[in-house]
Design a protein around this ligand. Structure first.
Ligand SMILES: [Zn+2]
Length: 115
């Protein structure tokens, strides 16, 4: 991912509109690219500041809030990966099941002399 692409994803990320398939690449880039991380911090700080002004809470540890946000996004990606693997496993198992049922049916037809 280029810095230009990552910068385009900062606002969707902050607004929680970034697609799951883009999230991993975005976070990997941002965690390893100082200038994009800086950019993300700026946008996050502004967004966070506006939200906190509304609910008037005393905590202003924005950097920690950003890293908590990134952590929960990474956790989310992990869950999506697990669900994807689970879906592949279930698809494979059900396909194998259908093939086995079909082969057994063929055997029954063969034994009863239909073939
Ligand atoms: Zn970058």
């Amino acid at each position: 991912m280029t810095c230009h692409e990552a910068e385009g994803m900062i606002l969707p990320y902050i607004n929680k509109r970034l697609k799951d398939e883009d999230m991993e690449g975005f976070l990997n880039h941002v965690l390893h690219c100082e200038s994009c991380m800086e950019e993300l911090e700026i946008y996050f700080t502004v967004d966070y500041g506006i939200r906190r002004l509304d609910d008037d809470e005393g905590t202003y540890n924005i950097k920690e809030a950003l890293f908590q946000n990134i952590d929960s996004s990474l956790e989310h990606i992990k869950k999506v990966h697990i669900l994807t693997v689970f879906r592949y496993v279930m698809t494979t198992l059900s396909t194998m099941g259908i093939i086995i049922i079909f082969l057994l049916q063929l055997r029954i037809w063969w034994q009863t002399g239909i073939f």
